[in-house]
Design a protein around this ligand. Structure first.
Ligand code: NAP
Ligand code: FE
Length: 366
C-alpha cells in the first residue's frame, strides 16, 4: 500500500440551478469579482446569466474578462490580472472549459502579487486571491484540481504553474453542457477518461484516488453509448460531468501521467485539442503495462463495461475524428523534448527510456 496525503478543499455544489440556489456563499469571498470566460460559450449556455444573477442578489460588484483563448497563454493571464488589479477585484470566477478555469487560477496569483510577471508563475509558489469554478465542459475536472495549465511560449510547450490553486467553490450544473458540439463533448470526455486512467496507473495511485477513479469509471460507463452515437440526453451530460469531476479529484491526488506529458507537444505544435491529444496516445500507453497490471486492467474494463482492452482501444478511436498525419522527424523532436523535461516520467511506475517514449509516439501517430 502506497503512503498518501488526501487533500480536497473545494466545496462542490452539484445539481440543476446550483449557482442560483447557492450563490449567496459568494459573499464570503469579497465585494468585487472578476468573471473570466472564453469568447462566447458562457454567454450562450446560461452560465454567465446565472452567475450575474447570483452576484447581484448577493450585492457583489463584478467585471467581465471574456478573452480567454483555448490553451490560454501566460500573456492572456497577465492582461486579465492587470485589469483585476486596476479594478480592485477581490476574487475570480472562472466559467468554461479548462481554459478559462485555469486562466482564472493563474490570474488570481498575479493579481495578488503586482510585482510578479507571467514567467514568475513558473518560479517559487506565491499567494493568490480566491477562485470559484463553473465547468461548462465535462472533461478537465479543473474545478477541483490545483493545476493551471498555460501555454508557455518561452518553453514551446504547455505546463502547469508552480502555485497550487484549488477553487474554493465549484458549481456543477449539467445544463450548461447542452450547447456543446459533439466534437467538443467527445474530446473532453476522452480527457476525463484519460484522467481516470492515468491516475489509476500512476506511481502515486492510492486507496483514496482509486475510490474516486473507480466511481468515475462507473459513471463514465453510463455515457459510452451516447458518446458513440454522438447524441446525449441531459442525464448523460450530468453523468459525464460527475465522471469528469471524479477524474479531477483523482488527479488532484496523483497528478497525470505519460499521455498528458506527451500530448502537450501535440497541442502546442499541431493545435490538437487537449482531450484528443491524450486519446491518440492512450492505446499505446495502455499496452506498456497491460501484462504487469493485468488484474487492475480487468477491474477497469469491467467497471467501464468493455470485454477486452482491444475494445477500449477501439472506443478511443471511434469517438474521436480522423487522425492527423505526423512525420518521423516530428516524433523524434517531441521525444527529445519530453526527455529534456523528465519530471513527468516519474509518474509512470516502470522504467521509461527515450526508446519507450519514441515507440509510444510512433505506435500512436505514424
Ligand atoms: P476549452 O479550451 O476550455 O474550450 C474548448 C471550446 O469549447 C472553446 O471553443 C469553448 O468556447 C467551447 N465551450 C466551452 N464550454 C462550452 C459550452 N458549454 N457550449 C459550447 N461550447 C463550449 O476546452 P477544455 O477541453 O475544457 O479545456 C482544455 C484546457 O484545460 C487545456 O488548456 C488543458 O491543458 C487544460 N486542462 C486543465 C486541467 C487542470 O486540472 N487544470 C486538466 C486537464 C486539462 P469559448 O471559448 O467561447 O468558451
Ligand atoms: Fe487533461
Amino acid at each position: 500500500m502506497v503512503d498518501f496525503t488526501y487533500f480536497m478543499p473545494t466545496k462542490i455544489f452539484y445539481g440543476k440551478d446550483c449557482v442560483i440556489k447557492n450563490g449567496t456563499v459568494l459573499s464570503t469571498l469579497g465585494k468585487k469579482a472578476m468573471i473570466v470566460t472564453g469568447h462566447s460559450s458562457a454567454k450562450k449556455n446560461g452560465a454567465l446569466t446565472d452567475i450575474r444573477s447570483a452576484l447581484e442578489w448577493a450585492g457583489i460588484a463584478w467585471i467581465l474578462f471574456d478573452a480567454v483563448e483555448e490553451n490560454p497563454s501566460v500573456q492572456t493571464v497577465e492582461q486579465g490580472a492587470a485589469l483585476a488589479r486596476e479594478k480592485g477585484v477581490d476574487f475570480f470566477i472562472g466559467i468554461g472549459g479548462g481554459s478559462p478555469m485555469d486562466a482564472a487560477k493563474a490570474m488570481a496569483c498575479l493579481a495578488a502579487n503586482p510585482q510578479k510577471s507571467g514567467e514568475d508563475l513558473y518560479g517559487a509558489a506565491m499567494s493568490h486571491l480566491p477562485v470559484v469554478a463553473i465547468p461548462t465542459t465535462a472533461g478537465t475536472g479543473s474545478e477541483v484540481t490545483q493545476f493551471s495549465v498555460l501555454t508557455r511560449r518561452s518553453m514551446r510547450t504547455k505546463a502547469s504553474i508552480s502555485t497550487h490553486v484549488f477553487p474554493v467553490f465549484a458549481f456543477l450544473d449539467g445544463k450548461y453542457m447542452d450547447t456543446l458540439s459533439a466534437r467538443v463533448t467527445n474530446e473532453t470526455a476522452v480527457d476525463a477518461l484519460s484522467h481516470l486512467t492515468e491516475s489509476y496507473f500512476h506511481a502515486q495511485s492510492n486507496i483514496m484516488s482509486e475510490i474516486a477513479v473507480e466511481s468515475g469509471f462507473f459513471m463514465f460507463a453510463k455515457c459510452i453509448p451516447s458518446l458513440r452515437k454522438r447524441n446525449y440526453t441531459s442525464s448523460d451530460r450530468q453523468a459525464l460531468l460527475l465522471a469528469s469531476n471524479l477524474g479531477g479529484i483523482a488527479i488532484a491526488q496523483t497528478g497525470t501521467s505519460l499521455p498528458h506529458g506527451l500530448g502537450y507537444f501535440l497541442t502546442y505544435e499541431k493545435g490538437i485539442p487537449h482531450g484528443r491529444a491524450n486519446g491518440l496516445l492512450m492505446g499505446a500507453y495502455l499496452d506498456l503495462f497491460m501484462e504487469k497490471e493485468g488484474e487492475k486492467i480487468q477491474k477497469m474494463l469491467s467497471l467501464l463495461g468493455f470485454s477486452s482492452l482491444e475494445e477500449l482501444k477501439a472506443f478511443f478511436k471511434e469517438v474521436l475524428d480522423t487522425p492527423e498525419t505526423f512525420s518521423d522527424a516530428q516524433i523524434k523532436d517531441f521525444t527529445k523534448r519530453v526527455m529534456e523535461a523528465p519530471a513527468k516520467l516519474a509518474s509512470f511506475p516502470y522504467p521509461v527510456t527515450e526508446e519507450v517514449i519514441y515507440e509510444l509516439y510512433a505506435k500512436s501517430l505514424l
